[in-house]
Design a protein around this ligand. Structure first.
Ligand SMILES: [Zn+2]
Length: 475
């Protein structure tokens, strides 16, 4: 394969700067609206590369936009840079080895995600400049993908209103166009108010808020048998009513995370969960209030864009990993189980590969069966706002489970950098293809409009809900 395509050359020209960005963001892992240093790193590169910058996008201090080009269609390239708590890990080491006990780590590869998206946007910017083409490319630096759903607020704030097409990617254990299957979800906090009393001397005067939470969970357990396939409900106690068993707890809060295959199914499941909460309040003579904490929509696919991205991926061919890359991936695989490896490929829709495959050495075709194991992403809401396509690109060993130390250990090694640069080439080439072919944009938009005509978008966040922003810590 000869890398002679102009857009690939543009990616190669800037790749060392953006690999540097990825590595610096890896070294400063920040979570959930606290990504001040990471967004500053992204903003500095946007400035250096000559983008027009919008800081504090949608009123979120850790969100940034960078735009280049004039007139014409607007192509959004989505990046992320948030990390996860408790996943601090030395890179390049194939055993658990935290840099800082209890510290954050890039357990979902978002250091690579953001840098590759910015690399793709830079390559498209250069091409528009050099070829004198009327179009705009816009990098979206999106914080708080993990549990904060920043993109939902960015959509609600109108940041995608003038966008024609959105493109993104995610680090993975295989290389494919992302199958647009993800679950819509919402986190709702249910607080019960009862009455405190001496639990031995006057229990008849007390009404336990903790009992209400327990009964709510029992009710949900009975509902589970009667939920649609693939729907999920998880819970966490935010306030168990205190640590004194001799006091009847007067207040308790449980967070329910409800997931369903799409927005209409989510809405109907949430209504049932609320009825269970009301029932628990009735049974315990407590008062219940509920508050939505966050919400994201399912992904809406776009066939026209998926085919365009697949063409570009097939043109690029598999990622050229070398023996050293495979040797380290093999060391990581020794820490995984056979099941980890089988599940990783079942999710891709492929049978488990032969034992010897340490890094994915193929490009998966379109239309593989859905192997289950679907999560949720706030890219979902962007995909309801504009036609959207995502790639999944190999950055780590076959079988790696995300949100673990193994992902962090592989976040700054040469194989990860190769996957990151490859992802940028796929996204930049897809953007170029879209810009050069107005019929493709029209087709993608027509497919998107047809889906929304049948299933209108209702933002999963009620009007008054704001992102849980974090103030910048004093230096
Ligand atoms: Zn992720």
């Amino acid at each position: 394969m000869q890398n002679t395509d102009v857009i690939w050359e543009n990616v190669d020209r800037h790749k060392s700067d953006l690999i540097g960005l990825s590595d610096r963001v890896f070294d400063i892992p920040e979570t959930l609206y606290n990504e001040y240093k990471s967004v500053a790193e992204h903003t500095a590169i946007l400035k250096e590369k000559g983008f027009r910058i919008t800081e504090n996008a949608a009123g979120i201090p850790t969100a940034v936009l960078g735009e280049a080009g004039d007139e014409g269609p607007v192509i959004a390239i989505l990046g992320e840079f948030d990390a996860l708590p408790y996943l601090s890990q030395e890179p390049g080491v194939a055993e658990p080895s935290p840099i800082e006990a209890g510290g954050n780590g890039h357990g979902c590869g978002h250091n690579l995600l953001g840098a590759a998206a910015l690399l793709a946007a830079t390559a498209v910017k250069d091409w528009l400049d050099e070829a004198g083409i009327k179009a705009r490319v816009r990098y979206y630096g999106c914080p708080a993908e993990e549990g904060g759903a920043a993109k939902v607020y960015m959509v609600r704030d109108g940041l995608f209103d003038d966008v024609d097409i959105a493109i993104s990617w995610h680090p993975s254990t295989f290389t494919a166009v992302n199958r647009a299957v993800s679950l819509a979800n919402t986190r709702i906090d249910f607080t019960f108010h009862g009455k405190a009393a001496h639990a031995a001397a006057a229990p008849e005067l007390g009404r336990s808020a903790l009992d209400a939470v327990e009964l709510m969970n029992v009710g949900i357990n009975y509902m589970r048998e009667h939920m649609p396939d693939g729907a999920r409900v998880h819970y966490a106690y935010l306030d168990a009513g205190g640590a004194a068993p001799n006091v009847v707890p007067h207040k308790a809060t449980v967070r329910q995370l409800v997931r369903a295959k799409d927005l209409p199914e989510l809405r109907s499941l949430v209504e049932r969960v609320k009825k269970i909460a009301e029932g628990a309040a009735l049974m315990t003579e407590t008062r219940m209030e509920s508050k939505v904490y966050s919400g994201v929509s399912n992904l809406v696919g776009n066939r026209a864009l998926e085919e365009a991205m697949q063409t570009e991926m097939d043109r690029l061919g598999p990622i050229a990993f070398d023996d050293a890359d495979r040797a380290f991936a093999h060391e990581i695989q020794k820490t995984l189980t056979k099941d980890d490896i089988a599940v990783s490929f079942r999710r891709c829709g492929m049978p488990p590969p032969d034992e010897g495959m340490a890094l994915c050495d193929f490009v998966a075709p379109l239309d593989l069966p859905n192997g289950g194991g679907n999560g949720s992403t706030d890219v979902g809401d962007v995909s309801w706002a504009v036609p959207t396509v995502q790639a999944r690109i190999t950055t780590c060993a076959v079988g790696t489970v995300f949100h673990t130390w193994q992902t962090v250990a592989q976040g700054k090694v040469p194989a990860a950098h190769k996957g990151m640069v490859y992802a940028a080439k796929v996204m930049a080439a897809t953007a170029k293809r879209v810009i050069e072919d107005p019929a493709l944009i029209a087709n993608a938009k027509a497919q998107h409009a047809a889906y929304l005509a049948k299933t209108p978008y209702v933002c999963p966040l009620p009007e008054g809900v704001r992102p849980p922003l974090v103030a910048r810590a004093a230096e």
